[in-house]
Write a protein that binds this ligand. Structure first.
Ligand code: HEC
Length: 205
């Protein structure tokens, strides 16, 4: 690689910025959702308009465990099972649920991104919940909230909302047919960690 390439490009960018001051001056940093540019530097993430839309930046950040821990005394909404499952399935595929264009299905299609722990009865240990929320064990409804807050960069649903009950019911149904061997196999996009630099489904966007 030519060691001069970078400074040269930087210099050129500078020239364009001064010389044109127009749209080109701003063209340097594309909003690639998982671009390394928005990853490494936490203060850059704060200022960077792309950062909020970066599922991988979000997926690496720490989360306040209170956001994803069911408050004592709250219960999931109840409803007819068939109705909950139907609503759950449509929410599962709904990108409007997130702030970054992802749906649950984007990452979990065909069992993708689920680790072997998904086969265990809840509550159980989930690596991501431990690493980013400090939680030793997590319930299924809490895990739904966790994925909403962290990879989908949005607010948790109301603990007694029909939506949370529906997504939890639908995910519980998926769990029944989940086999650990599925983890990472069924989907070409399924990496152990979807935000790992090597097998990064976000990089394609
Ligand atoms: C950007 C990708 C991404 C999106 C979008 C996403 N998840 Fe996840 N999810 C993950 C990853 C990665 C894991 C695995 C965490 C681990 O095992 O450490 C996971 C784990 C889970 C688990 C726990 C599996 C276990 O081991 O018990 C559940 C349940 C889950 N997701 C549900 C959802 C639901 C419901 C949605 C939509 C509201 C969703 N996820 C959206 C990436 C995603």
């Amino acid at each position: 690689m030519n060691p001069r390439a970078k400074p040269l490009r930087a210099a050129l960018a500078g020239v364009f910025a001064i010389g044109m001051g127009g749209p080109l001056a701003h063209a340097a940093a594309p909003c690639s959702p998982c671009s390394p540019r928005t990853r490494s530097n936490p203060s850059a993430e704060k200022k960077n308009p792309c950062a909020a839309r970066n599922p991988c930046a979000a997926a690496r950040s720490k989360v306040d465990p209170r956001l994803v821990t069911r408050p004592k005394g709250t219960k999931l909404a109840t409803g007819e099972r068939a109705e909950l499952l139907q609503l759950g399935e449509s929410l599962w595929k709904d990108t409007k649920l997130s702030t970054n264009g992802l749906s649950c299905n984007t990452c979990h299609q065909g069992g993708a991104a689920f680790q072997n722990t998904f086969a265990n009865p809840y509550p159980h240990y989930v690596a991501m919940a431990k690493e980013q929320g400090g939680l030793k064990r997590i319930n299924l409804d809490e895990m739904v909230q966790f994925c909403l807050v962290v990879p989908m960069a949005t607010k948790p649903l109301g603990w007694d909302s029909k939506q949370l009950a529906a997504l939890t019911a639908y995910t519980a149904d998926l769990q029944k047919t989940f086999r650990p061997a599925q983890a990472g196999k069924s989907n070409p996009c399924a990496a152990k960690n979807p935000c790992a630099p090597k097998a990064n489904p976000c990089a394609a966007k």
